[in-house]
Write a protein that binds this ligand. Structure first.
Ligand SMILES: *[C@@H]1O[C@H](CO)[C@@H](O)[C@H](O)[C@H]1NC(C)=O
Ligand SMILES: *[C@@H]1O[C@H](CO)[C@@H](O)[C@H](O)[C@H]1NC(C)=O
Ligand SMILES: *[C@@H]1O[C@H](CO)[C@@H](O)[C@H](O)[C@H]1NC(C)=O
Length: 630
């Protein structure tokens, strides 16, 4: 067995073995970077918030969402939970013990419960897509030239990772954990019959020197370093890409990659079947081990300018179905750049190892790199032909591929994706009124939803815990008593709307501040639940309460992913009757991507986008009227 495997096994459990629990099978094996990042040592450990504080805030967060009757019941359960010497105290002590013994009490639980245990397909359900501005590519030479530059840009980024010279990011003057940056290259998710794993090949004895390129469903190994260790130049990469293109002209190949889009149990079974064959196993390993993947996509059917970004967002999320580019992917791969012959470009990433911010930081770096003038031409040393990866397709594998195709096509038909470029103003406007752009936009979501449904819903906004060592995300519950008061007042002429908006924004700011400082509600509740699963024979009633389920059914699942590049990330909804909304507030416009399932009659991404646009405009008018009268 190779050495990376052992590193994987011991990484998260280094600082205290997590004991197997009764209700769940043992922890997944997850790898962390072992690189000696000096500043990592100075990062704080994620705290466990005070029990009383979380419980009080939890009850307050339920208020706008549940009936009085349910509230009375939940209060009773909470009194019991918090009884001196009761279950709550016991779990809290146990959680604090875990926090002392581990580097981060939350991260491996988080990875396990949100990603590796999840049996839903990664495509659309957890893997975000990122849409980059349209490139004006004339033809396939343009596509390959662009791909060559992009690869060179990523390798330039990788050189900062390899030399540990990546600049440390700061938030509010505090350094952030950079660990995620070390997980996005040379890593891959591996399906398991019950639970997946993530493997990072960067820290083994022989880190990979190749990427995989996929064109017409055929995978190639492209070595991106010369024998002296220098990265291939753009010109060299171009020639290699052309060779790949020329030897994958036929489109009649089996789209093996589409297997990775299936439900994880189904894919887990198909995977074991696929790698029984030695050639297949080697091919799969070459993809998994590669630094990243580049998907050279076939052109999509032409659409109107208005529909263009919706189609590209769908291409980044799922590839458009088995007839188009869904088979031109390996969805388990952490990082896949996608470049279409028609100039569409972007990427998709498997979410388990990292969040959006490191990904868009990488994108910003690559885009900057590509803007620099053409690289110097290098003398042409003949390079060998990139190796085509072979797959032996048995009738059984063929059947699995057919099933995966069917499943993917159903999913593709079910997802509605709307990209909205809100051009009336950007983040400068709320700033000019001394309001946080993020809180302002969140209140616009609240207003849009309320106007469409005459009620509010549980809203999830992800935020960063990277101020802490190995921190991932916390959630802010954006629907508050104050936000509901504002949305109700907005269409009532007798109310002081601006004051209510200001108040709602203030509350949201406070919740955000607490969340990023490790004092959020969501992950603490998860921690108490997880420790109960480990320590107790039954779950405390507070976690089996209707209110708990109702308030965790996030109809609005939102995430701000800001970047310098004019791009937008997109995500599928978290629940069948919900929306996924990502947004990137630029100075003078805001990019939104809204998704919903067509199979749900209550949701409509286009309609919500229209309400959102109107809400943002009305909120601007409101603030301007107030400033005029002051
Ligand atoms: C690829 O094929 C085209 C058209 O046949 C040819 O002009 C070009 O030289 C080939 N490129 C490589 C690198 O083989
Ligand atoms: C959005 O609109 C602005 C203003 O018209 C434009 O500058 C920007 O390029 C657009 N962005 C996208 C992603 O379409
Ligand atoms: C969604 O909303 C739009 C705009 O309001 C409307 O034109 C469209 O028909 C709706 N779609 C469905 C399936 O109801």
């Amino acid at each position: 067995m190779c050495s990376w495997f052992f590193l994987v096994l011991f990484s998260f459990t280094r600082t205290g073995l997590v004991k197997p629990c009764r209700l769940l099978s043992p922890l997944p094996v997850v790898q962390i970077s072992e690189r000696p990042l000096v500043h990592q040592e100075s990062l704080l450990k994620l705290p466990v918030p005070p029990l009383q504080q979380t419980c009080v805030r939890y009850l307050a967060s339920l208020e706008p969402l549940i009936s009085e009757e349910e509230m009375t019941h939940t209060h009773k359960l909470m009194d019991e939970f918090l009884r001196p010497g009761g279950v709550g105290e016991r779990l809290q002590k146990s959680l604090e013990r875990r926090a002392r013994k581990t580097e981060n009490w939350l991260t491996d639980w988080w990875m396990q419960s949100s990603y590796l245990d999840s049996r839903m397909p990664v495509a659309m359900y957890t893997s975000p897509g990122v849409v980059l501005p349209k490139m004006h590519l004339q033809d396939r030479q343009g596509q390959m030239r662009f791909a060559a530059k992009l690869i060179a840009g990523v390798l330039d980024f990788k050189s900062m990772i390899d030399s540990d010279t990546l600049p440390v990011e700061y938030l509010g003057g505090k350094p952030l954990c950079m660990d995620q940056y070390y997980r996005v290259l040379s890593s891959c998710r591996i399906p398991g019959p019950k639970r997946d794993t993530v493997v990072n090949y960067a820290i083994g004895k022989t880190p990979p020197t190749h990427i995989t390129v996929v064109h017409n469903f055929q995978f190639f190994v492209l070595d991106v370093y010369n024998s002296d260790g220098s990265p291939l130049t753009v010109d060299q990469l171009y020639v290699q890409l052309e060779k790949i293109w020329n030897s994958s002209l036929q489109t009649n190949k089996e789209p093996v990659g589409i297997l990775t889009s299936n439900h994880r149990n189904t894919w887990g079974k198909a995977y074991n079947n696929l790698i029984k064959d030695k050639t297949n196993k080697e091919s799969v390993r070459a993809i998994q081990k590669s630094i990243f993947t580049v998907c050279l996509d076939a052109p999509k059917p032409r659409v109107s300018d208005e529909m263009y970004f919706n189609k590209v967002a769908a291409q980044m999320l799922h590839g458009g179905g088995s007839r188009w580019n869904s088979g031109n992917r390996w969805f388990d791969k952490t990082l896949q750049f996608i470049i279409g012959e028609d100039g569409s470009c972007g990427l998709t990433y498997e979410h388990a190892p990292a969040e959006g911010p490191p990904i868009v930081f990488l994108v910003d770096h690559v885009v900057d790199y590509m803007k620099r003038s053409e690289m110097v031409r290098t003398p042409m040393i003949p390079l060998s032909m990139p190796q085509k990866l072979r797959f032996n397709i048995t009738p059984e594998i063929k059947k699995d591929i057919e099933k995966a195709k069917q499943n993917m096509n159903i999913m593709v038909h079910d997802l509605d994706v709307r990209v909205l470029n809100f051009t009336h103003y950007g983040r400068k406007f709320p700033k000019s009124h001394k309001m946080s752009p993020d809180a302002f936009i969140q209140m616009a979501f609240q207003l849009a939803y309320y106007r469409m449904y005459q009620t509010c819903c549980p809203t999830y906004e992800s935020t960063s815990l990277r101020m802490f060592k190995l921190g991932r995300t916390e959630a802010i519950r954006s629907t508050t008593t104050e936000s509901l008061q504002f949305t109700k007042a907005m269409d009532d002429p007798s109310k002081h709307k601006a004051a209510l908006l200001e108040k709602a924004i203030k509350v949201h700011r406070k919740h955000t501040h607490m969340a990023i400082h490790g004092q959020g509600i969501e992950r603490h509740m998860l921690g108490l639940k997880m420790i109960a699963i480990e320590d107790l024979t039954s779950l405390p009633e507070i976690f089996m309460d209707t209110s708990f389920a109702v308030a965790s059914h996030f109809n609005l699942y939102t995430s701000q992913v800001g970047s310098k590049t004019d791009c937008v990330m997109c995500l599928g909804p978290m629940v069948p009757d919900g929306y996924g909304i990502c947004y990137n507030p630029m100075d003078d416009h805001i990019n939104f991507a809204v998704t919903a399932f067509n199979s749900c009659e209550e949701t409509n991404a286009t309609k919500l986008s229209q309400f959102l646009e109107d809400s943002l405009l009305d909120m601007k008018t409101l603030l301007e009227q107030v400033s005029k009268t002051q």
